[in-house]
Design a protein around this ligand. Structure first.
Ligand code: ADP
Ligand code: MG
Length: 643
């Protein structure tokens, strides 16, 4: 009988250690089997944080759970050990498209990898099983529903299974955002091959999901590795939305040839966004669940193959998008919650190159969400949704570091001891600290209105109601509660009603007001506010975000995490473009996306280093023996011709 998992061991990584472990290279560490294969097969000089630790635990035969953010390099954690092991590594992976993508990438690096899923015809299936029977395959990707059938388990028994990797392991948990019941059955493989260590990988950080993974897979005393969720190469920016399409078009046009995703709230908005981009001369496609399956597949494929620059999509787009060179993610509408925002922005910059996340924010979007919320009949579900909305609104409105806020949501203390030392260097608030303004008189009005209502009615109200009282509105509640008899009723007619709400939020931010109950629903005057009223002292708040032309801003400098890929120098840009065109031709000839040939990181290094010899090529990140053999001559010729 398999034992229940013990309390997992955690090796949390302090973000400040990341740079140090990143620096462990083949030059300083003794070249063991893992390091050698890292260089000769994948063309990488060093491990990313936790990769080596995860691989070593697994090679020692230990079960492990790896929780690393998107782009951290989880695949390598099972791909590289597979080359060192004698037998077969079986990988359970949820998406058919992803399996093919990964196998293409492995094969391009010269690794004997294959997949088995429902897309294969019988002949192809038999051919692959025969190769497996002959022991020719190191890594086998299988869809879970196939993996767990008795027939397949019987086949596996012939193939000397040495390890099992479960990618996107959060799919096993009902608490995760992408539950797949068939993942639950994977434990049958664990039971059938008790000697093979199981490695579960996910980018979902919640502890509940993590525990569920260990329990459902019947892991034995697993080593648990949790990396920082900081994405050092992503810059975060919020601008006030006035015209989402015009702002998005301006932003996208300022980004040269780069590709990105624009998330929209509705199918209609996604369609019209794609049209607006096309009209402005930016090749773009829409993607949402309302499109026919073939259209969706075609649009996604065009994006992966760098044939269109932008996909304007609903949140239906993204799961299983492995495209490493997504350079920006725009949210044209406010996402429902921080988790969604983090997942969606996380699709930018998988390759480590600086990339930008832009959120267009308006109070109008908040009102729309509130409207949807009101329709949720289940009270608990409504409360949860409201709390989540409050969190994303507060993220959009804060004047302090957005990275720290985002990571704080996942329980990470970004600044730690170093609080306030110049910021993260990669969000709008840290790059250009927001200006402040003096709002003494209006703040006094608003705060006394809060106090008067409390005195008169004995209860507290929310910012919306306060704004209505101050601007002298005639609402049912005002009449019912006789709030039109207050001295502050109509005292703020000179200011638009919505701006009273934002002033209220600013005062919350600065601590003059406090949230009294759940979320932002009702407020009270804080001690600081009472003091300011009594002492008639000046009240200063950070200005609300202004609508900005959303063109490209300064790219971020690497933050404390390090590991951000160097910028392409303008002098190398023409050669980069040439090499990119060559990459596209080679990829098309092989029927694979360009990044299967070389990543943008490799292309940048080629444009900067301009190698001509074999050693020169092998020194470039991402070029191993096989890729040199396949593409070296073509790229050397192109570099030579460029002169
Ligand atoms: P995840 O599954 O964690 O989102 P991937 O496995 O898709 O991440 O890897 C993201 C990118 O990082 C890929 O392009 C991969 O080739 C690259 N990568 C992974 N490990 C390394 C490394 N040690 N050095 C350089 N690049 C790496
Ligand atoms: Mg992955």
């Amino acid at each position: 009988m398999p034992r229940a998992p013990k309390q997992p061991k955690t090796y949390a990584v302090d973000p400040s250690d990341v740079a140090a472990s990143d620096a462990v290279s083949a030059d300083t560490a003794p070249p063991d089997a893992l390091s050698r294969a890292l260089k000769s097969v994948f063309g990488y000089d060093s491990f990313r944080p936790l990769q080596r630790e995860i691989m070593e635990a697994s090679l020692e035969g230990r079960d492990a759970v790896a929780v690393l953010p998107t782009g951290a390099g989880k695949s390598l954690c099972y791909q590289l050990p597979a080359l060192v092991r004698d037998g077969l590594t079986v990988v359970a992976s949820p998406l058919i498209a992803l399996m093919k993508d990964q196998v293409d990438q492995m094969q391009a690096a010269g690794v004997a990898a294959t997949f088995i899923n429902s897309t294969l015809d019988l002949d192809e299936f038999r051919a692959r099983c025969a190769a497996l029977d002959r022991g020719e395959i190191r890594i086998l990707y299988v869809a879970p529903e196939r993996l767990v059938t008795p027939e397949f388990l019987a086949r596996l028994a012939r193939w000397k299974v040495d390890a099992l990797a479960v990618d996107e392991a959060h799919c096993i948990s009902e608490w995760g955002h992408d539950f797949r019941p068939e993942y639950r059955q994977i434990r049958a493989v664990r039971r059938a091959f008790p000697h093979a260590p199981v490695l579960a990988l996910t980018a979902t950080a919640t502890p509940g999901v993590r525990e569920d993974i260990a329990a459902q897979l019947e892991l034995r005393d697993p080593a648990v590795f949790v990396a920082s969720f900081d994405r050092p190469n992503l810059a975060y920016r919020v601008v006030a939305k006035d015209d989402a399409r015009a702002q998005t078009v301006a932003f996208v046009k300022s980004r040269g040839d780069e590709s990105g995703i624009v998330y929209c709230q509705s199918r209609k908005a996604a369609e019209s966004m794609a049209e607006a981009l096309e009209r402005a001369g930016v090749p773009a496609r829409a993607y949402h669940a309302g499109l026919a399956q073939e259209v969706r597949a075609r649009n996604q494929d065009a994006f992966l193959r760098d044939e269109v620059r932008v996909v304007a999509a609903t949140i239906a787009f993204g799961m299983g998008i492995n495209k490493p060179n997504v350079r920006f993610v725009v949210h044209a509408d406010l996402p429902k919650n921080i988790e969604g925002y983090y997942q969606e922005t996380g699709r930018a910059g998988r390759d480590g190159i600086a990339s930008e996340c832009l959120l267009l924010y308006s109070r109008g979007d908040v009102a729309k969400h509130l409207h949807f919320l009101a329709e949720i009949s289940d009270e608990r579900a409504r409360a949860v949704a409201k709390a989540q909305l409050d969190q994303i609104v507060s993220f959009a409105e804060i004047a302090t570091c957005r990275r720290a806020a985002l990571l704080g949501y996942f329980g990470e203390d970004y600044f730690g001891e170093a609080r306030g030392d110049g910021g993260c260097g990669g969000c709008d608030n840290c790059l250009t600290p927001r200006e402040s303004e003096v709002v003494t008189t209006d703040a006094q009005k608003l705060m006394s209105c809060v106090l008067r209502i409390e005195q008169k009615s004995g209860f507290r109200v929310g910012l919306q109601h306060l704004a209505e009282v101050l601007s002298g509105a005639d609402t049912e509640k005002i009449r019912r509660w006789f709030h039109n008899e207050l001295s502050t009723y109509g005292a703020g007619k000179d200011r638009p009603r919505a701006s009273w709400v934002s002033l209220g939020r600013q005062l919350l931010q600065e601590g003059y007001l406090e949230v009294a109950d759940d979320g932002f629903a009702v407020v009270r005057v804080s001690e600081r506010g009472v003091d300011a009223l009594r002492g008639r002292s000046e009240i200063r708040v950070t200005k609300a975000i202004a609508p900005a032309a959303a063109e490209r801003t300064r790219e971020r400098a690497p933050s404390r995490g390090g590991g951000v890929v160097a910028e392409l120098s303008p002098a190398d840009a023409p050669l980069f473009d040439r090499l990119r065109a060559l990459r596209k031709r080679l990829a098309d000839a092989r029927g694979v996306p360009p990044y299967v040939v070389f990543s943008d990181v490799t292309l940048r290094a080629l444009a900067a280093e301009r190698p001509q010899t074999k050693d020169g090529f092998l020194a470039i990140v991402g070029i191993g023996e096989k890729k040199y053999a396949d593409f070296g001559a073509d790229f050397a010729a192109e570099i030579g011709a460029h002169g």
